[in-house]
Ligand binder design. Structure first.
Ligand SMILES: NC(=O)c1ccc[n+]([C@@H]2O[C@H](COP(=O)([O-])OP(=O)(O)OC[C@H]3O[C@@H](n4cnc5c(N)ncnc54)[C@H](O)[C@@H]3O)[C@@H](O)[C@H]2O)c1
Ligand SMILES: CC(C)C[C@H](N)C(=O)O
Length: 364
């Protein structure tokens, strides 16, 4: 059954990692390395079953192939899921053990932060392998990618506003934010600076209070956020929140936020949004600022260059809206088309013969 799924969606490799001493149980998935080594974060989650963890890593790794391709990176897609409780199971040995497994892949997979893993965890992995990004700034690295993800979401939101309202200024626009964690707090700061009004919700009261105090945001209940009077909805917490229940409640004209896999069903729910006249900014393009920032570490991190690349998300959004209009397809499908077309073109470009280290030119 697993090989069938791998064949169906063109997966390359699935690696099971177990370490008795630290209790590590992790699965690394490499989806596609046409564009380069697979880069994707390591997510720690208390999966109820091993099947759930496998399903998640397969889905997330494929998502990274599309995210990296659409962002113009020379990187393929992969991901790690770690089965465990992030509050109880972390230790030095745990992450160093994962680092050794990543190292054994010889650079085919590079890891970084994802849900429930931190810069400190990446620093531990770095003790065992160079194939890790998002390590501490003291190593000359980019550190926590969240602020750059936030900058990317802000740039994407400006281009989305242009599509929905004819002008990319966010001054005077009301943005409803679901989840004001690491990414959204910085994003709210940028929006506040530009003169946007904020409506926020979060399961964490402290996060809500911080946004209210620092940015004059209006707090609403967890379920209220979907139906508030606002111009833009920014989902920055969970996946699957654009669905049969929530879309009918929405009064916004656009959706642009950092959460991964926002559409519960890519086809059905992007059509529902289009029918309501809501402009949807595809999540993996909107939130690619983090991966763009960590990928810059592979060239020797330069913050100015990284920021410049993150700001390019505005132009990537421009391409997606153009493809969607020209081909008369949803923005979600347009993003997939952009990513797939880049992968296919580079695959063809690379099909021409070229000498490499295993194929030396020899005289005589
Ligand atoms: N951090 C990055 O660089 C990055 C990059 C790409 C994508 N993302 C995605 O963006 C989202 C936010 O990432 P983050 O790093 O800010 O995470 P975070 O954990 O710091 O923030 C998420 C916030 O959402 C809140 N939340 C959780 N469930 C909620 C619910 N049901 N209703 C309302 N709020 C809820 C949490 O309390 C938290 O404050 C995640 O989906 C993540 O996968 C993050
Ligand atoms: C490589 C990481 C910074 C990627 C990030 N966790 C994402 O989902 O895009």
């Amino acid at each position: 059954m697993i090989f069938e799924e791998m064949a169906h969606n063109d997966y390359e490799q699935l690696v099971f990692c177990y370490d008795e001493v630290s209790g590590l149980k992790a699965i690394i998935c490499i989806h596609d390395t046409t564009l380069g080594p697979a880069l994707g974060g390591a997510r720690m989650w208390n999966y109820e079953t091993e099947e759930e963890a496998i399903t998640d890593v397969l889905r997330l790794a494929k998502g990274m192939t599309y995210k990296n391709a659409a962002a113009g990176l020379n990187l393929g897609g992969g991901k790690t899921v770690i089965i465990g409780d992030a509050k109880k199971d972390k230790s030095e040995a745990f992450f160093r053990s994962l680092g050794r497994y990543i190292n054994s892949l010889g650079g085919r997979y590079i890891t970084a932060e994802d849900v429930n893993t931190t810069v400190q965890d990446m620093d531990l992995i770095y003790q065992e392998t160079p194939y890790v990004c998002g390590i501490s700034e003291s190593y000359g690295s980019g550190g926590d990618p969240s602020p750059k993800t936030a900058l990317g979401v802000y740039m994407a939101m400006k281009r989305t506003a242009k599509e929905a309202f004819g002008d990319d200024s966010l001054k005077g626009k009301t943005v409803a934010v679901q989840g004001v964690g690491n990414v959204a707090y910085t994003m709210c700061g940028l929006l506040h600076e530009e003169g946007a009004e904020l409506i926020v919700t979060d399961i964490n009261q402290e996060a809500v209070d911080r946004a209210v105090e620092d940015y004059g945001a209006t707090a609403v209940g967890l379920d209220e956020i979907y139906g508030v009077e606002a111009d833009i909805f920014a989902p920055c917490a969970l996946g699957g929140i654009l669905n049969d229940d929530t879309i009918p409640q929405m009064k916004v004209k656009a959706i642009c936020g950092s959460a991964n896999n926002q559409l519960q069903d890519d086809v059905k729910h992007s059509e529902m949004l289009a029918e309501k006249g809501i402009v949807y900014a595809p999540d993996y393009v909107v939130n690619s600022g983090g991966v763009v920032n960590v990928a810059d570490e592979l060239e020797g991190y330069d913050e100015e260059r990284a920021v410049k690349k993150v700001k390019e998300i505005y132009n990537q959004m421009d391409k997606i809206f153009t493809i969607a209009k020209e081909d008369d397809i949803s923005t979600a499908e347009a993003a997939d088309r952009l990513a797939e077309s880049r992968i296919n073109q580079i695959m063809r470009v690379r099909s021409t013969f070229s000498l490499n280290e295993k194929n030396q030119f020899k005289k005589g």
